[in-house]
Design a protein around this ligand. Structure first.
Ligand code: PLP
Length: 389
C-alpha cells in the first residue's frame, strides 16, 4: 500500500457520524458542510433527470449544458472569457485539485503552499510524487501570503503555487491588488497558479471576492478550482470544476477516463439547476451562513476571553487556544482529541492545517447547535482547566 495519511477533517467527521449513529449528542464544529435544505432549483432538475428512468455514463468532461453554464457563471463574476472547452466537471473541488496535481506535477517538482492551508493540499502533492513546500503566512491579523513570503521559498524546482482565496481555515479575502501581486509574482518566476476558489460565493464583506480569472493577461498560467459544494450548499452531490486553457482541460479529462468516468448525470443536472439560478441559490446559502457567522462570533465573544474577529469569508474560525482560555498547552491535537472523546465536541486541530496552538471551528451547522455547542465547550474547558490547575 502507498503510505497515505487520511484527511483529518474526514476522519473526525467519520468519528462524529459513528458516535451519532450510536445515539450520542455531538456538537459538530468540524464539518465544513452547510446544514441547509437544497434550494428547489437543484432538486427539481435532479428529479427530472432521475425520472427519465435511465442514467447512462456521463460525458467524461461533463454535460455540455453544465460546462457552458459554469463558464458563464465565472465570466459574470470576473469578466473572464471562458467557454465550454475551458471547463472540466469533476467529482467535487477535491478531485479537481487532485486531477490537476496528479496530471501536471512531475516527480520532485515543488508546489508552494501558503500556510495555514487546507488539509488535503500537501498530501495530494505527495501522492503525485511532488514536493509540498509550506510557506508560512504571518498571523499579525491578516494571514495573507505575499510575494515577499513566497520568494523566500522559491527554488529552481518550484513550478506551482496553490492559492486559496477565500481561505479555509482563516477566512481571509484578498483584495484585487493583492491577487494581482500574486499573479505577477507567479508570472515572473514561471509558476502555474492553482487558484482554489471554492468559497467565492461565501464572502461577507465589501469589496468581496476577486477571482484570479479577472486578469486575462495571466490566464494561461491560471487553473481555477471551483465547486458547487459550498457556494450552492451541495456538498453531497459531488460536483466541482476546473477552469483553464482548453488543452490543459483535455489532458485532465484523460485522468477521468481512467478513474471516475465523470460525475453522475443526476448530480450534474442538479448543478445545472443551481447554475441556471446561480445568484438566487448562492444568496440563499450566503445569507444563512452570514447569520451563522454572526451568531458564532457574538456567542463566542460572550463566553470566551478572546480576542477573535469575525471572518470575512468561508465557513470557519481559526482560533488560538489562548482565546478559548486554554493556556497550559499548544498541542491542538491533544485538545481536540480530549474534547471529542470526553465531551463530544468536534473541532479540527490547527496542526492539520500546518499550525500548532490553534483549532478550527466551522459555523455551518444550524443556529441552535452553534449556541449549545459553544456553551458545552465553555463548560468542557472549565473542566479541562481544573484538571490542569
Ligand atoms: N478546497 C477547499 C479550500 C476546501 O475547504 C474544500 C472542502 O472543504 C475543497 C476544496 C473541496 O470541496 P468539494 O470537494 O466538496 O468541492
Amino acid at each position: 500500500m502507498k503510505a497515505l495519511s487520511s484527511s483529518a477533517t474526514v476522519s473526525i467527521n467519520e468519528l462524529v457520524t459513528k458516535k451519532k449513529t450510536s445515539g450520542e449528542r455531538i456538537y459538530n464544529f468540524a464539518a465544513g458542510d452547510p446544514v441547509l435544505r437544497n434550494h428547489p432549483s437543484i432538486t427539481r432538475r435532479a428529479v427530472q433527470q432521475a425520472e427519465k428512468g435511465f442514467c447512462p455514463y456521463p460525458p467524461v468532461e461533463g454535460v455540455p449544458e453544465l460546462r457552458t453554464l459554469t463558464a458563464q457563471w465565472i465570466n459574470a463574476g470576473s469578466a473572464a472569457q471562458y467557454s465550454k472547452e475551458n471547463v472540466l466537471v469533476t467529482c467535487g473541488g477535491k478531485f479537481a485539485i487532485f486531477s490537476i496535481i496528479y496530471t501536471l506535477v512531475q516527480p520532485h517538482e515543488e508546489v508552494l503552499i501558503p500556510s495555514p492551508y487546507w488539509v488535503s493540499y500537501p498530501e495530494i502533492v505527495r501522492m503525485a510524487g511532488g514536493t509540498p513546500v509550506v510557506v508560512p503566512c504571518s498571523s499579525d491579523g491578516s494571514w495573507k501570503v505575499t510575494a515577499a513570503d513566497l520568494v523566500k521559498h522559491l527554488t529552481e524546482k518550484s513550478k506551482f503555487l496553490i492559492f486559496n482565496n477565500a481561505c479555509n481555515p482563516t477566512g481571509v479575502l484578498y483584495s484585487r491588488q493583492e491577487v494581482e501581486e500574486i499573479l505577477t509574482f507567479a508570472k515572473k518566476y514561471g509558476l502555474t497558479v492553482i487558484s482554489d476558489e471554492v468559497y467565492s460565493g461565501l464572502a461577507y464583506e465589501a469589496p468581496g471576492f476577486v477571482s484570479c480569472g479577472s486578469f486575462p493577461e495571466y490566464r494561461e498560467r491560471v487553473l481555477i478550482v471551483q465547486s458547487c459544494s459550498k457556494n450552492f450548499g451541495m456538498t453531497g452531490w459531488r460536483v466541482g470544476f476546473v477552469l483553464g486553457p482548453a488543452e490543459v482541460i483535455s489532458k485532465l479529462a484523460v485522468l477521468q477516463t481512467q478513474s471516475t468516468t465523470g460525475v453522475s448525470l443526476i448530480s450534474q443536472w442538479a448543478a445545472v439547476g443551481a447554475l441556471e439560478n446561480a445568484d438566487e441559490v448562492n444568496a440563499y446559502v450566503n445569507s444563512a451562513m452570514r447569520k451563522r457567522r454572526d451568531l458564532f462570533f457574538n456567542t463566542f465573544r460572550s463566553l470566551f476571553p478572546g480576542p477573535v474577529a469575525p471572518v470575512q469569508s468561508a465557513l470557519y474560525a481559526f482560533v488560538p487556544l489562548s482565546s478559548m482560555g486554554i493556556h497550559h498547552t499548544r498541542d491542538s491535537v491533544a485538545v481536540a482529541e480530549r474534547l471529542m472523546v470526553a465531551d463530544n465536541i468536534a473541532l479540527i486541530p490547527g496542526k492539520a492545517f500546518g499550525l500548532e496552538g490553534y483549532v478550527r471551528f466551522t459555523f455551518a451547522d444550524v443556529e441552535e447547535n452553534i449556541e449549545q455547542g459553544l456553551r458545552a465547550l465553555r463548560q468542557a474547558i472549565e473542566r479541562l482547566g481544573s484538571v490542569h490547575e
